[in-house]
Design a protein around this ligand. Structure first.
Ligand SMILES: Nc1nc2c(ncn2[C@@H]2O[C@H](COP(=O)(O)OP(=O)(O)OP(=O)(O)O)[C@@H](O)[C@H]2O)c(=O)[nH]1
Ligand SMILES: [K+]
Ligand SMILES: [Mg+2]
Length: 364
């Protein structure tokens, strides 16, 4: 039996099994097995010819946004609207067959936007170009899930399930669990709060299934079985997602209003140029980028030319962005802005910068 069939078997068994106290350990183990087979399936794909020409697009700019959606929802139309790249647009499905990169600039940041072939149900198991598309999705800083406002509401959970199946976690944060495999000493299990969805026996069963017999585990959040499996596998990607409903020119105002109120959602019409500015603003916000200005001693900062850094960036990141070798000659920095108590403040290399900070690096 091939891996795809094994996966199907387990999925069916999970569907058939009633959820109750008596079956919960069995279900936990089934989920652990399923996760393992899916990893094997994806790793197998890398070594074969499936790597896929036309999908290895270099990362460029300050951040990468990847469009994922069913065929003909308007991905290429959006790329053509937001960037100077023209990607083929047509009324038939699978017009786009490779990864097509474009870029746009917003608030000084260069943002790479990738157009991809449409994916279909079963993409995670290799249907269509699903695997290549999903491999690109894993490299995204933000996933832009393109949806057709005129089509059924089912499209969204179906796409989410495909991404979920390959270890992409949308709008979730890494479970607050520390997990360390050891050489000996058995399993040490601690939880800092009452767990309601998983217990020590379940943890032991799953670890046993993964042939892990020595590990330190501290759980600090009321996690699910699936989240625990994510922690063990460790190869999950936690990515922000914007749900973008296109073609709102074709639906009623009531419908538009309803969709627009869903969480993490933007409604647009590429054809009628509706709400595209708001989409760009939302992408910028989700990317969590910051602008930092640099200045030389005795000079004013150049506010027209900031550096783009990620939220959580330190003076070290700023130095790297200015010049690779700057950290070697770093003495201290003077910072003016929201990240300091007084202005300027003398800070070290690990100081966290804030949006719109002004930084002057003093060299040795
Ligand atoms: N009514 C309407 N039609 C649109 C809109 N945006 C795109 N379309 C049409 O939708 C069809 C598909 O557009 P594409 O941009 O090729 O869609 P795609 O998602 O890239 O499709 P594939 O590459 O085949 O997956 C085209 O006929 C577009 O003209 C829109 O906002 N409103
Ligand atoms: K199309
Ligand atoms: Mg296309």
């Amino acid at each position: 039996m091939g891996i795809v069939e094994k996966i199907e078997d387990i999925e069916n068994e999970i569907k058939r099994t009633q959820k109750n106290k008596a079956t919960e350990y069995h279900l936990g183990l089934l989920k652990a097995k399923l996760a393992r087979y899916r990893v094997q399936l994806l790793e197998g794909a890398k070594t074969k010819s499936e790597k896929g020409e036309g999908f290895d697009v270099m990362k460029s700019g300050d951040a990468r946004v990847v469009m994922i959606g069913f065929p003909s929802v308007g991905k290429s139309t959006l790329l053509s609207k937001l960037t100077t790249t023209e990607s083929a647009i047509a009324g038939y499905e699978f017009t786009t067959l490779t990864c097509v990169p474009g870029k746009f600039t917003y608030k000084g940041a260069n943002i790479q936007l990738l157009d991809l072939p449409g994916i279909i149900e079963g993409a995670s198991q290799g249907k269509g170009r699903g695997r290549q598309v999903i491999a690109v999705a894993r490299t995204a800083d933000v996933v832009l899930m393109m949806l057709d406002a005129t089509k059924s509401a089912q499209q969204r959970p179906l796409l989410e399930a495909e991404l979920e199946a390959v270890g992409i976690r949308l709008n979730q944060s890494f479970p607050n669990v520390s997990f360390k495999i050891k050489k000996a000493g058995g399993i040490s299990f601690n939880a800092t709060l009452k767990l309601t969805k998983i217990d020590q026996k379940m943890v032991h069963n799953i670890l046993h299934d993964y042939k892990i017999f020595n590990a330190d585990i501290v759980i600090r959040e009321d996690i699910t079985v699936d989240q625990f499996i994510d922690v063990i596998l460790g190869n999950r990607r936690y990515i922000k997602c914007i749900y973008c409903y296109n073609k709102i020119d074709q639906i009623s105002l009531e419908e538009v209003d309803r969709l627009a109120h869903e969480e993490n959602t933007v409604v647009v019409s590429c054809e009628d140029d509706l709400n595209l500015d708001y989409l760009i603003e939302t992408i910028w916000r989700k990317l969590n980028l910051m602008r930092v200005y640099t200045k030389k001693r005795g000079e004013y900062p150049d506010f027209s030319d900031g550096l783009i850094v990620r939220n959580g960036a330190t003076i070290e990141h700023v130095c790297h962005a200015i010049h690779r070798s700057l950290t070697n000659n770093f003495r201290y920095a003077l910072v003016w802005g929201t990240s300091t108590k007084h202005n300027p403040q003398r800070v070290g290399i690990n100081h966290l910068v804030g949006d719109e900070d002004v930084v002057q690096v003093v060299k040795k």
